[in-house]
Every structure is written in C-alpha cells, then in structure tokens.
Design a protein around this ligand. Sequence first.
Ligand SMILES: [Zn+2]
Length: 403
Amino acid sequence: MPERQFITPIPGVKVYEMFEVSLAVILKASAEIPSNQQCPRCQATRLRNKAYVVRELKHAVWGGKVVYLHLRIPKLHCLQCRRYFMLPVPGILPKKRATEQFRLEVFHLHHGGLTQKNLSITHSIATATVERWYHDFVAYRVKELEGRQCPLVMGIDEHFFSRKDGYATTFADLKNHKVFDVVLGRSEESLKAYLKRLKGRERVQVVVMDLSETYRSIIQKYFPNAMIVADRFHVVRLLNHHFLKVWGMLDPEGRKNRGLLSLVRRHECNLKPEQVPKLQNYFDKTPGLEPLYRFKQDLMQLLLKKHQKRIEAKQLIPQLLWHMNECLESPWEPLKVFGQTLRSWLEPIVRMWRFTKSNGITEGLHTKMEMISRRAFGFRNFKNYRLRVIALCGWDGVFAIRT
Ligand SMILES: [Zn+2]
C-alpha cells in the first residue's frame, strides 16, 4: 500500500497492517534490525533478538483522525558484554508517547498561533501537554544555541522586565537583526557571571550603546577588542531633551503650548511650508530663542550624518568640537551638561558617522519582546521569559527532528 509509506517516513520502520477505528487510524508496524547494528556499550555486532516490546505512539493527524503507531521494537541481547538494550529508532525518543514528527507538528502549530485548546481537540492531547512540548522544543533549541559565538556587531541596551525583578539587558546581533541573549539586571555586578563565561568575547568588533557609563565600563572590561559606537537615536534624544529644557527657562509659557512644541522640536527639514512663518513669528516675539534654535538645528544636522568615509568624518570633527565648546561655555546649565556628555563620549559619537547600524534594531526587538510578554500575560520566571525571547527573536525557527 503506497499510503502507508507516505504516512510513515521513519527509516527502518515497516508498516504491515493498517485499519480504522471510530476516531483513529492504527498502523501496526515493526522496527527492523539493521544488519550493521552495534551494541551501544561495546560496539559488538554479535547480537541476539531477545524479545519485542510494543509501544503505542501518536504519529500524525490524517483527515481529522489521529494516526497511532503500534510499533514493535526488538529488545536485543549483546553476546559480548551480556547486556540488554532496546533497538534505537530514529525520531522516537525513549519514554515519549508520541513520535518526534508528531511533537514537532504540535510545536509548529502552536508557534504559528493555534491555541492549546484547539490543538488539544485536533491532536487529542491535553492542553498542558501542548505547553510542555512547546517548552521542551524551545529549551532544546536554546541549549543548541548555547555554544554559539558572540556576534561581530553587537547592540547592548536595557529594558524593563518586571516590577519584582526590575530591568534586563539585551545583547542584540545587529548584523542579523536577532536577539543574541537577554540577561537579568543592568549593573556590572549582575552581569559579571554571565559575561565571564561568554564564548568569543574577543571577536566582537563593534558595540552600539546608549550613553550609559555602566555599559561603557562593562564593554571596555569584558570585550577588549570592541569599538564602542554611540547610538544615534539616544544622542539625538538627549540633545532634544536639553534644548527643550533651555527653552522652558527662556519662555515657560510657550514651552507648555503643544502646537509650538511640535514646531520647535521638529527637525528643520520636516517643517511644512506654511509652518515656517508661524515659527518665525514666534521667534520674533521671544528674543534669544532663534540663535539657540539655529545652533541646535546645526548640531542636529551634524549628529544625524551617517555612512561617511574616514576622510569625510575627519573633516567634520572640527565642527563638532566647535559645537561642543559652545555648549560648554553656554550660560545655560542644560546645554553645559550636554557639552560635558559630548566631551565624555566624543570618540563613540564620532564613530557614529562611520556606521549605519544603530540600536533602532535593538529597540525594535524590545517592542517584539514586549509583545511576547503581553501575549503570555507577563512572565514571573525570567528563565522562561528568556527561553521564549530566544525562541521567537533569536533564530529562524528551523528544527531538525531529534534522534
Ligand atoms: Zn555489548
């Protein structure tokens, strides 16, 4: 019968009978002993077939019916070391009551969005079993990924995990747009143990991060060959933040006006033609704001530059230094603070011009992680959260059947 072979692509398993009962299809099959079968302990080939054990395994869903495999598996006796063992069958793990093909199918369906309830009906398994299998496959895959090397271009950023456990740190693979890992905590103390056993730390070339002192010292200590690059998004946000503060000191009333806020905060190039005179009108009424605004727009233009060649970047440095000094000598406290940040992060900010990658990718992954957390109605256990995150944002989701 051709359909028998269609439904059991397990190598070495031969179906000899097939029949339907009310809601199931039963396949009677036996596992054949290969001629070169060895004893798993002493590798001897002199074996005796002692007995058979019949295992009942769920194997597939076919036309709305669950296909059960009644598989006769030989128990073998090694004539050399005198031990007994069951013949290993690929795709059937010891003690499991379903074949790997079946378990994998449930995993993929659940991963694709079918609910546990749904699967418990179509596959006649308990809802808790769906959850357990899903978890099992994810954990297996994460274990497989455990030994991989650090990414060459890495992003590091923090995100909120839970009120009880606080923040977690994300290590992102910016080249492949994947999560490399998530670790609980954001201080050196809490990341130390993880970083120490990380493989391939010395091969990391670039690390993109926000302007955080803690992360900078961690990277310098644990990733000796990595170049630190400032994250454009954070630098721009910081400049905006300090600029708005100064504006609030200049004109507290105007700062509270939402319409004006939208005009003043915007990049100059994003202003609509009819908005330009409106803004000019406001500047005429507020002395001192316009030069400040021009200065900020200039600096913003400079900070937003990307994929510059080495020579081009070099030529931009004097401009940045000029802006930095202006900030430092400014009578406004917020600008002074920003100037100090620029001075302290000058090199990473200059490197920003040479790169296109930013932590926008990491921020995007954070959004995805938030969705995972929300879909699961929050995680209490960080370990489970990590498994899910790596499962869903850490790789392309291709599995090989376990043997
Ligand atoms: Zn043996």
